[in-house]
Ligand binder design. Sequence first.
Ligand SMILES: Nc1nc2c(ncn2[C@@H]2O[C@H](COP(=O)(O)OP(=O)(O)OP(=O)(O)O)[C@@H](O)[C@H]2O)c(=O)[nH]1
Ligand SMILES: [Mg+2]
Length: 275
Amino acid sequence: MATNNEILIIGPPGSGKTTFLAQLYFRLVDKKGKLQQASAPENIDGIKSAYRRLANGEETESTPSTDNLEVKIPVIYEGQEFVLHCKDYGGEQVRDLVALMEYDKTWIDRAKTNDRWILFIRPSEIEHRFDLSKKGYAVKDQKETKAPSSGTSDQSQFIELLQVLLHARGTGMKDSIDTPRLLIALTCWDELNTNLRPEEILQQKMPLFAHFIAANWLPGAFNIVGISAQEFPLKTDEARDKYLDEMPQNFGFLVLDDNPKEKDLTRLIEKALKL
Ligand SMILES: Nc1nc2c(ncn2[C@@H]2O[C@H](COP(=O)(O)OP(=O)(O)OP(=O)(O)O)[C@@H](O)[C@H]2O)c(=O)[nH]1
Ligand SMILES: [Mg+2]
């Protein structure tokens, strides 16, 4: 089946979508990475404010849930020119897909027209699963045994999210999935302080989800990478000054098989295109 180059970034609130898109834009404009801006952007409504904020050393603001903004940038990659087309939307929409188990036309279109999905998961925010091998039956703590407030665990919510989107797209799960290609991006990697590889972190934090992916996607149709688009939190004056002085485009890295600290953030898009 032919696979188009349309990319859908899927991520719940606070998973780092807007920060990544703004940092990506800095890199494209700089023209030092694998993907480079080819001509003036057609539309960057989705990242204008984040771009400005980062340039001032400030964090991005949460995108309002009703926002659906365009990011359309003509780029050149391996000698070929095409328009990189992504959307920035409020992550609340993704949360609602799972909570309400329903989708509107916007999400049907998104699921159908994009053959390459990048799923943003922020592992530092994934709640720890209950590990019987470390606990045993004897220790029973009332606080710990009460049901999580969200009902189902974080990892089952990510499974449900992919099931909802596959349903919206009309992709069955009887046969292994070839398209949509799936790139799982573990975001805010700096928060993990780890030397483990992305697939090891996914296995450790979300074993059920990792199993779901391996069982349903063809081996070459998915991949797992780490990303830190911002490189460190911008919570202190010192951190903000560093961003101001050294410029946002000098921060951020990817954790890839061929480079555990790849500074070229445009390679996240390359990874999605090469799947
Ligand atoms: N430490 C660290 N923080 C990050 C990184 N990327 C984003 N953040 C922070 O994470 C928070 C959420 O980032 P956003 O880019 O706004 O997330 P979003 O997915 O667009 O969220 P919504 O717009 O609410 O859907 C912000 O406070 C960012 O500063 C990173 O690489 N490292
Ligand atoms: Mg956002």
